[in-house]
Design a protein around this ligand. Structure first.
Ligand SMILES: Nc1nc2c(ncn2[C@@H]2O[C@H](COP(=O)(O)OP(=O)(O)O)[C@@H](O)[C@H]2O)c(=O)[nH]1
Ligand SMILES: [Mg+2]
Length: 378
């Protein structure tokens, strides 16, 4: 515990509590070697979750592997060929799915992505059969056409033809049609990234309700979903801060708001899917912004607000306590959003303290003004 009431340990604990509540989203990914499964996982969930490591075998015959990374679990296969080994694989999958039926939701497989490379221009009967069998196991299946070339917003004719072919097969797949994706752009060929939001939306539509939060945290494509979840946390904390501030807090004792602020920031970070180490570091850096100048993080931050004359008689009112907390929360959410995109990093790949601090302070001032205007207008 530092002088300003901020404790890294407490932050980590709060983050973990929230992480336990969020649980895990488990995706099974299938498709031939080289179609772009790893690339796709990276693009949707972030650089360091690609199943590059071995993962852990989860079936006796060791063809099915689980890779855990934060709020995400990825199931993939090893040493198996769809078609030739379909029975073996479906057998193992079925065994796994059944063995987990009575387990908590976070241990079950929630969605399957079946990937087909658009430029291969073919989709075999064995693949259709495999998809039907996945469906019979109770898994929602999304077919992803990977590496779909596009130009001026139009897809390559071959990809469209392949998709039409798949649609006509009337397979039990989400939306009845494949999702077109280019997971990463390519400067040389001029191909641009596309389709990831469609894939994420489709996955949200078929995922069980109980894993929505985990998928929201795990994916990094749709920040607005994260923001929406964070917003309700921030509002709750602001309400709480308002209650505390109902009895005006002497300016110097503003640190009573710190635990509320800390809990809120830890929760928001988890919802955004920012890892605990990164989040703890960034939160500390962000809020100790002006600590050197004041007694507490809160007081320090208050000093950042231009024209702090609103602190009537040296005390913080309920309205200010709540406005302040809300601004901290929204500013922090912006920082978290940047962190999920791998930004705010220094040359060594670690979080850049200066960038975090600057963004947080700027955002805090912006949000404080915005929120105060709203409060005084109502
Ligand atoms: N430009 C581009 N290359 C891709 C894309 N998807 C896959 N690739 C490339 O195709 C190769 C195989 O991809 P990978 O993800 O390893 O396939 P996996 O075997 O299904 O996991 C790699 O060299 C990737 O760089 C994509 O969306 N865009
Ligand atoms: Mg791979």
């Amino acid at each position: 515990m530092t002088e300003d009431g901020w404790s890294d340990e407490e932050f980590r604990q709060k983050w973990q509590e929230e992480a336990n509540r969020i649980g895990r989203f488990n995706l099974a990914i299938f498709g031939k070697t080289g179609v772009g499964k790893s690339t796709l996982i990276n693009a949707v969930f972030g650089e360091d979750v690609a199943p590059t490591g071995i993962g852990e075998p989860v079936t006796r015959e060791e063809h099915l592997y689980l890779h855990r990374a934060g709020f995400l679990g990825v199931f993939d296969t090893r040493g198996i060929e769809i078609g030739k080994d379909t029975d073996t694989l479906i057998g193992e999958l079925g065994e796994y799915v059944n063995s987990k039926r009575e387990n908590p939701l976070s241990e079950q497989i929630h969605v399957a992505w079946y990937c087909v490379r658009a430029t291969d221009r073919r989709f075999e009967d064995t693949e259709a059969e495999f998809i039907r069998r996945l469906h019979e196991l109770g898994l929602p299946v999304i077919v992803v056409l990977t590496q779909v070339p596009s130009r001026g917003g139009e897809y390559h004719g071959d990809a469209v033809a392949l998709a039409d072919h798949i649609i006509r097969l009337n397979l039990p797949i989400a939306g009845g049609r494949p999702i077109f994706v280019m997971a990463t752009g390519d400067d040389f060929t001029g191909q641009v990234q596309h389709g990831l939001k469609d894939l994420v939306d489709a996955t949200f539509r078929v995922a069980p309700e109980g894993v929505e939060l985990a998928f929201t945290a795990a994916q990094k494509i749709d920040l607005s979903r994260k923001r929406k979840k964070a917003k309700s946390v921030v509002r709750g904390a602001a309400g709480l801060a308002g209650t505390v501030g109902a009895v005006p807090i002497p300016f110097a004792d503003a640190a009573v708001l710190v635990p509320i602020q800390l809990g809120m920031m830890a929760t928001v970070a988890a919802i955004y899917g920012v890892k605990v180490e990164t989040a703890t570091l960034a939160a500390t850096v962000a809020t100790t912004a002006a600590v050197a100048a004041g007694r507490s993080a809160v007081v320090g931050l208050l000093k950042l607000v231009p024209g702090a004359g609103w602190i009537a008689g040296g005390a913080i009112s309920a309205g200010v306590a709540s406005t302040f907390t809300m601004a901290v929360g929204y500013a922090w959410a912006v920082v978290c959003g940047e962190l999920t995109q791998g930004r705010l990093k220094g040359v060594d790949g670690g979080v850049d303290n200066k960038l975090v601090r600057e963004l947080f302070q700027t955002q805090f001032a912006v949000w404080f003004k915005k929120v105060r205007k709203k409060v005084s207008a109502s």
